[in-house]
Design a protein around this ligand. Structure first.
Ligand code: IFM
Length: 479
């Protein structure tokens, strides 16, 4: 691709075969939490713990996708999507987290994949988007090594049952959130707050990923592709001082390289081990683990929303906590206690996150420089806004189209500058359950009325449909 003079006005053409997708996850949209043998996950339990989720809301019904998936696939086809990224609910597929698969659980995903394929939409399945079977949490959760081994067994069951239809797989979605929000700050399920448990969880997620890649490859047909989706942090120092640059290094270590190191380079970064040495000697990493984690990937999934601005905090002062990950009393950043987070400049979404597409460009081109052989996929990017239907029932969301346009232009620029990016998945297809925020944040291309469960594609969906159909990015509102 050639670099256009101005990405604000020019139409940008994307490579042939580029995947135009939208993404969701099981607990956020499916509902039907007690149907067809599904057992509770850590999120079912967390939602019921007082004060953890806005107004005590739950995923019990969510967008009722479990019963309405046919309508949702029709919506996707109408929007011209060529790919759909969804997650399998582990407690639906293997209800207790061990033993045989549930035929009824698997059938749901078989029917979904079949409908997608009939509509010409490539299914992209994620094995784990945060809904650990509660029984496995009661047996130690991710801080326990056996959870990684069980995850690999579940991956094999899922791959064996669905591999004839689903050829694109990712193991984990955003393991940083599972480890550090789930076991560090406790703002996500299961709500534990122990920095060592968070580091143990990070290692066992890495190990689970590596074992699951091997397990998937042993059951999937040749040509199937396996990957992982990481929410990488695009980091800026508050000032150019050495102390603030060291704050960036620390957050990069415990936010990014804690996964990139073992998954792509075969080991944990020395500086991360040093930063956390006062907490743990990392003896939970056994000989052989680095090789087990370090598996060839067919592509890497990158999830990006906003950059983080960090600084060193002087001794004795409380670090600023504008990290956009909820107001937990404990920190999700072990080994980086003296790092403060500041509001990034620029417009904000309803999450309070600054809109800054340059972070996406930096992540994609940085990965391409370090791993030139590894294709990339943007597996999540999007924005929440307070969208409501107008008197005519239409949902006008110009901010979302502008957000996506700007990020796709940044992606296009990254491709022009050498990044091998194969697709883009907008978060999210539907308005859905936004974890501790309950239903207060609407990320969907499609509005969901939570009273009637009626779906209404927003104006941004019609705009995105045109992008997907033409493979060309026009500014919103352009003729
Ligand atoms: O809704 C989440 C999703 O589950 C994981 N990535 C970020 C999204 C927006 O917060």
């Amino acid at each position: 691709m050639t670099r256009p003079a101005s990405t604000a006005t020019a139409a940008l053409r994307f490579p042939a075969g580029f995947l135009w997708g939208a993404a969701t996850s099981a607990y956020q949209i499916e509902g039907a939490v007690a149907e067809d043998g599904r057992t509770p996950s850590i999120w079912d339990a967390f939602c019921r713990a007082p004060g953890k989720v806005h107004l005590g809301e739950t995923g019990d019904v969510a967008a009722d996708h479990y019963h309405r998936f046919r309508e949702d696939v029709r919506l996707m086809a109408g929007l011209g999507l060529t790919a759909y990224r969804f997650s399998l609910a582990w407690p639906r597929v293997q209800p207790t987290g061990r033993g045989p698969a549930s035929p009824r659980g698997l059938d749901f995903y078989r029917r979904l994949a079949d409908d997608l394929l009939d509509a010409g939409i490539t299914p992209v399945a994620t094995l784990y988007h945060w809904d650990l079977p509660q029984e496995l949490e009661e047996d130690g959760g991710w801080p326990a090594r056996r959870t990684a081994e069980r995850f690999a067994a579940y991956a094999a069951l899922a791959g064996e049952a669905l591999g004839d239809r689903v050829t694109q797989w990712t193991t984990l979605n955003e393991p940083w959130c599972s480890a550090f929000l789930g076991y560090g700050s406790g703002v996500h399920a299961p709500g534990r707050t122990d920095p060592v448990d968070a580091l143990r969880a990070a290692h066992h997620l890495n190990l689970g990923h590596g074992l699951a890649v091997s397990a998937l490859r042993s059951v999937l047909p040749a040509g199937a592709q396996v990957s992982v989706s990481l929410n990488l942090h695009a980091l800026r120092p508050l000032t150019p001082s050495a102390a603030d640059r060291d704050a960036v290094r620390r957050i990069d270590a415990v936010g990014n390289r804690v996964f990139l190191g073992p998954m792509l380079d075969g080991g944990y970064p020395e500086d991360l081990l040093a930063d956390t040495a006062h907490l743990t000697d990392w003896s939970f990493v056994r000989p052989g683990d680095p090789a087990a984690v370090h598996q060839r990937l067919d592509w890497l999934g990158v999830n990006y929303y906003t950059p983080s601005v960090v600084s060193a905090t002087p001794e004795g002062a409380a670090p600023a906590r504008e990290d956009g990950h909820g107001a937990g009393s404990a920190s999700p950043w072990p080994g980086a206690d003296r790092v403060g987070f500041h509001r990034a400049p620029g417009e904000r979404t309803a999450m309070g996150w600054a809109v800054d597409p340059s972070g996406l460009y930096e992540l994609l081109t940085g990965l391409a420089r370090r791993h030139p052989e590894l294709p990339l996929m943007v597996t999540e990017n999007g924005a929440a806004y307070p969208d409501e239907p107008g008197p005519d029932g239409a949902v006008d969301d110009p901010e979302r189209a502008a957000f996506v346009h700007a990020h796709l232009a940044a992606l296009h620029r990254a491709v022009a500058d050498g990044a091998d990016v194969r697709g883009y998945f907008l978060w999210s297809l539907l308005d859905n359950f936004e974890w501790a925020y309950g239903y207060t944040k609407r990320f969907g291309l499609v509005h969901v009325d939570y009273r009637t469960l009626a779906r209404t594609p927003k104006a941004s969906a019609h705009w995105y449909a045109r992008v997907a159909r033409t493979g060309t990015l026009h500014p919103p509102g352009a003729a």
